[in-house]
Design a protein around this ligand. Structure first.
Ligand SMILES: CC(C)(COP(=O)(O)OP(=O)(O)OC[C@H]1O[C@@H](n2cnc3c(N)ncnc32)[C@H](O)[C@@H]1OP(=O)(O)O)[C@@H](O)C(=O)NCCC(=O)NCCS
Length: 209
């Protein structure tokens, strides 16, 4: 009996996952089609800029929030071993994540949590640091950003992925109070999977508060 219940539960979970994926995909597709239609109407003068902006609002994918920051590491960024100071990278990580979240929310944001940051390799002075950030989760007022850090020797072109960080921000209104953010829309099955993983991370953070 227990085995039957277990199999039924597994089957239902799988079916729910498939439905969620289908729903995410079809939501994205119908929003894309609606936007294309309004854009065409705008091009022939049958819709105004406000209509176009309104149609654009739901297209809040991770890809749309993606930002890149790049900075050459200079002597003033060094620690006393002559490599880049970790605190400097943390500042850039926080800025990149905040920019992706601001691009998504179109509101200012503050950092509320940073997951553990592991520096796998030292970054050298004279190297180019590139940070790629995008939103991976939205709650009611909170957003999670994933930030990838890549260090590049600009002479040899050798690139090292030094770390990936996850940070949570909260959007604020004009009175500095938490305010709602537009939901993240999944564009692909990978997005659905990443959003599920991000949701699990956020659940864990809240349970550890
Ligand atoms: C961010 C801040 C305004 C939130 O205020 P608050 O009273 O905790 O607000 P709430 O309890 O409503 O939480 C707001 C959101 O943050 C999330 N949150 C709060 N603490 C969190 C934590 N430790 N980890 C992850 N998310 C957290 C909540 O789950 C909620 O998300 P939701 O609306 O999507 O469900 C407040 O904590 C603050 O001002 N913190 C300092 C921010 C700061 O100065 N950052 C550093 C410099 S930028």
């Amino acid at each position: 009996m227990a085995l039957v219940a277990e199999v039924a539960r597994a089957w239902l979970t799988l079916a729910a996952d498939r439905e969620n994926r289908k729903l995410a995909q079809s939501t994205f597709e119908s929003q894309t089609q609606a936007y294309a239609l309004v854009k065409k109407r705008f091009e022939v003068g049958m819709a105004n800029e406000l209509d176009l902006k309104r149609a654009q609002v739901p297209l809040k994918t991770s890809k749309a929030s993606r930002i890149t920051l790049a900075q050459l590491m200079q002597p003033e960024h060094a620690n006393n071993l002559g490599n880049v100071h970790g605190g400097w990278i943390m500042k850039l990580v926080d800025e990149a994540g905040a920019l992706a979240c601001m691009r998504h929310a179109q509101k200012r944001v503050v950092t509320v949590a940073v997951d553990s940051l592991v520096f796998r390799e030292p970054i050298k002075i004279g190297h180019l640091v590139t940070l790629n950030a995008e939103v991976t989760y939205t709650g009611r007022t909170s957003l999670e950003a994933e930030v990838q850090v890549i260090a590049e020797n600009p002479i040899t072109g050798e690139r090292t992925h030094t770390n990936t960080a996850y940070l949570v921000y909260v959007a604020l209104d004009d009175n500095a109070k938490p305010t709602s953010v537009p939901p993240l829309v999944a564009e692909t099955e990978e997005d659905v999977e990443r959003m599920k993983q991000a949701e699990a991370r956020q659940k864990r953070r809240i349970s550890q508060k």
